[in-house]
Design a protein around this ligand. Structure first.
Ligand code: NAD
Length: 485
């Protein structure tokens, strides 16, 4: 590993000030494509997170009273600054996460869209009235923020996922304490810097870097009223239970194992392009990644040949190189875990038709090439577990009904896709599939910011999803006023 001279320890952002953590405990943040250390992360203490919450709680007293259109204007300025700095933000995403620059550029767009949605706060915050619930009596609903919100985010979308949370929470009048992923923490500081430049008052957005102690500090602090979490399933379950036990609202978005059903009438060119993008884009480290394909009927052999052929053409390397499609996975340990899963698949009897362990052109970073298993069955671990890497499992089925039954057996239910031209097949799929985000003839059906991100089963813990109206409901509470004049 190369250590450059300029490696800096990231600062926390509390009360509008950049402060070095008092913790002596720091960890290295490598560029996953090269192993080069790009920053050091402070493992902040409980006291520091509690201090950030106190500051956020104080800021809430004034921020909640700032007129909503005025809050929205800061969001408009923020949107402008994000647009002006788009390519720098995308480069930071590639640098710390490893995904290709094109994917990173798209991720920044997804983040900006969240800010655009949040800038609609005056309309989103409106209440409802009924002038005569009884003779001479009226009733009205008024919407208010809830207080300090805590956000805990994963490594795979350092821009988009934090942007699911703090812009809307803040536009609704809350203040926020963000704990970014300890593996991709760098971009968060730039996002905060730009928000301050847009005119956000001190203390409204705070960032505390670190590990589990910071998370537990958020979960246990009585002044945190709601927790938004995105990450892996076991942690989501833990966050949901612990935050709820501490009397907080919680939305915890979790892991996934998304199935794509390919019907015999599917347009193979479109299907193959979309599955390759959804399975191997962002190195398979997407909660909407296509990790299982169910090939229905006689299309299987040709589909699989074409997928292998396309996978062979994928350019692997440093995502900063604009021709690269597949970057590294996030860490060496994650690469080793992926290799273990490939071995498990072989031992379970699946047919390894493309072996990403053999793509060895990159020595320094954490690279695994596109990997494809055929003849996967539902008793296999590679079918059950979220591998979160460029590993695609193919299951063969005879009918649509069988394919839907297999999909619905997964303990996860984030997304599912269908490739067909048949309206009646699409309708059956839509009605019968037990997952929250469905794609028809496309590979990554992630909803835009004005719709909820709608996972089910073990892919989501809570009631109100992130984004859209659900997000507004989650970050606000209502007062009902009934009046006789
Ligand atoms: P992770 O669960 O390891 O980490 C997420 C956050 O939780 C991090 O900030 C981390 O510091 C914290 N954390 C981890 N373990 C903890 C513990 N024991 N106690 C307290 N805090 C802890 O997730 P990750 O590996 O960073 O992200 C990948 C996962 O996120 C995948 O499972 C992916 O499917 C999921 N994800 C889901 C969605 C969705 O919308 N459902 C979106 C993006 C990512």
């Amino acid at each position: 590993m190369v250590v450059t001279n300029e490696v800096k320890t990231l600062k926390n952002f509390i009360g509008g000030q950049w402060t070095l953590s008092e913790s002596k405990n720091v960890s290295d943040i490598p560029n996953p494509a090269t192993g080069e250390i790009i920053a050091k992360l402070p493992i902040s203490t409980r006291e520091e997170v509690n201090h950030a919450v106190t500051v956020a709680h104080k800021a809430f007293q004034s921020w909640k009273k700032v007129p909503v259109p005025q809050r929205a204007r800061i969001l408009f300025r923020y949107q402008q600054l994000l647009v002006e700095n788009w390519s720098e933000l995308a480069r930071l995403v590639t640098l710390e996460n490893g995904k290709s620059y094109k994917e990173a550029y798209g991720e920044v767009q997804r983040g900006i869209e969240c800010v655009e949605f949040a800038a609609g706060a005056p309309t989103l915050m409106m209440g409802d009235q009924l002038p005569d619930i009884a003779t001479g009596i009226e009733s009205g609903m008024y919407r208010y923020p809830i207080g300090v919100v805590g956000g805990i985010t994963p490594f795979n979308f350092p821009m988009m996922v934090p942007c699911w949370m703090y812009p809307l929470a803040i536009a609704c009048g809350n203040t926020f304490v963000l704990k970014p992923s300890e593996r991709t923490p760098v971009l968060a500081n730039r996002l905060a810097e730009l928000f301050k430049e847009a005119g956000l008052p001190d203390g409204v957005l705070n960032i505390v870097h670190g590990g589990h102690d910071v998370v537990n500090g958020i979960l246990e602090n009585k002044d945190v009223k709601a927790v938004s979490f995105v990450g892996s399933q076991p942690v989501a379950e833990y966050i949901y239970k612990t935050a709820a036990a501490n009397g907080k609202r919680v939305q915890a978005l979790a892991g996934a194992k998304n199935h794509s059903i390919v019907m015999p009438d599917a347009d193979l060119n479109n299907t193959v392009t979309n599955i390759i993008g959804a399975a191997f884009g962002s190195a398979g480290e997407r909660c909407m990644a296509a990790s299982v394909v169910i090939a229905v009927g006689e299309i299987a052999d040709e589909l699989i040949n074409r997928l292998k052929q396309k996978a062979d053409e994928i350019k692997i390397g440093n995502g900063m190189d604009h021709d690269v499609f597949l970057g590294p996975v996030i860490r060496q340990e994650h690469k080793e875990r992926t290799i273990q899963y490939i071995e498990i698949g072989e031992n379970e009897g699946a047919l390894l038709i493309r072996d990403g362990r053999e793509d060895r052109e990159q020595e320094d970073g954490y690279f695994v090439g596109p990997t494809i298993f055929d003849h996967v069955t539902t008793d296999m671990k590679i079918w059950k577990d979220e591998i979160f890497a460029p590993v695609l499992s193919i299951v063969r089925a005879e009918t649509l009904e069988e394919a839907i039954m297999i999909t619905n057996q997964s303990e996860f239910a984030n997304g599912a896709c269908l490739y067909t031209d048949s309206a009646s097949v699409i309708r059956t799929f839509r009605e019968e599939i037990d997952a929250g985000m469905l794609g028809i003839n496309l590979g990554v059906p992630a909803p835009m910011a004005f719709f909820p991100f709608s996972g089910y089963k073990n892919s989501f813990y809570g009631d109100l999803h992130a984004n859209g109206r659900d997000g507004v409901e989650f970050y606000t509470r209502k007062k009902m006023v009934t009046a006789r004049y």
